[in-house]
Design a protein around this ligand. Structure first.
Ligand code: GLN
Length: 271
């Protein structure tokens, strides 16, 4: 089978087909496919490509098939043990970086780090910051560790359900992209979400229980003047604001993603 025949042999989206074929060939440049479209493909490549094409058609996310996703210009390893990093989560990174650049801010904790995306993006940009990341899932921490190693970043990783294993430690900044999708949200049975770890997406309830727990416990782990930043669903901004205010946070602010949707809320502890 020739390159151009392989690309049209399945019903895959053209861009997905190109990325999968490049992956099977161990090549990176799309231009290679164009320049070599009449080349015969080795049988092993055809076999691998046809398997991946049918997995893609069955709905398996591209990030899991390719084994990586770009986030904040970093190439991160992802497996089905972690949530696929989303572009909208870069908003949290941007906000954390603005705060972390202030005098006196020395440390950041990422709660429920998954692939390590937020923690590593921040640490890669501000190497002087001490960055800790935790996750309840050891399999997720293994992925985060692999990413930290590949990027040569000294990320501290701790297995912990939220603050459970963090003792009395305090940080200048705490950030989290917790499971905030409500269990009855139909998005859970659509697209990539069907294949992502359920515990990274939903709390099994109204989508706010992790946020309530984080907001209630964060004051014991923040330095005075420290900030807590939380990603949430587009329709949860009012609830998250109330939760932060109820727990004594001040200067509570909302940030919107590029599409203008409410996406992250943060508050200051003892400002
Ligand atoms: N933003 C993700 C989605 O709905 C959910 C991420 C999360 O629950 N933390 O696609």
């Amino acid at each position: 089978m020739k390159v151009k025949e392989a690309l049209s042999a399945f019903d895959n989206d053209r861009r997905d087909a190109e990325l999968l074929l490049l992956h099977c060939l161990g090549k990176e440049e799309r231009s290679w496919l164009i320049a070599n479209d009449s080349d015969e493909l080795p049988a092993t490549v055809v076999q691998k490509f046809s398997l991946m094409s049918s997995q893609r058609l069955a709905g398996i996310p591209m990030a899991y098939l390719l084994g990586y996703r770009e986030f904040w210009s970093l190439k991160l390893v992802v497996t089905s043990d972690v949530l696929i990093p989303r572009p909208e989560t870069e908003l949290l990174v941007e906000w954390a970086l603005e705060l972390a650049a202030r005098p006196g801010y020395q440390s950041l904790l990422d709660l429920g780090t998954g692939s390590g995306a937020i923690a590593l993006a921040v640490q890669n940009t501000l190497p002087a910051l001490t960055v800790t990341a935790c996750d309840v899932s050891q399999a997720a921490l293994d992925v985060a560790q692999e990413n930290a190693r590949a990027l040569q970043l000294p990320l501290e990783l701790i297995q912990s359900s939220w603050f459970d294993a963090l003792g009395q430690r305090r940080w200048s900044l705490i950030v989290s992209n917790p499971p905030y999708v409500a269990i009855d949200d139909t998005h859970l049975s659509e697209g990539d979400l069907r294949y992502e770890p359920e515990g990274a997406l939903t709390d099994g309830g109204d989508g706010l229980s992790s946020i309530r727990e984080i907001a209630a416990r964060a004051p014991d782990h923040l330095n005075p003047d420290g900030w807590l930043l939380i990603e949430h669903g587009y329709d949860q901004a009012g609830d998250v604001r109330s939760i932060l205010e109820l727990n004594g946070f001040s200067d509570v602010r909302l940030r919107r993603d590029l599409a203008g949707r409410p996406r992250a809320t943060g508050g200051c502890w003892r400002c």
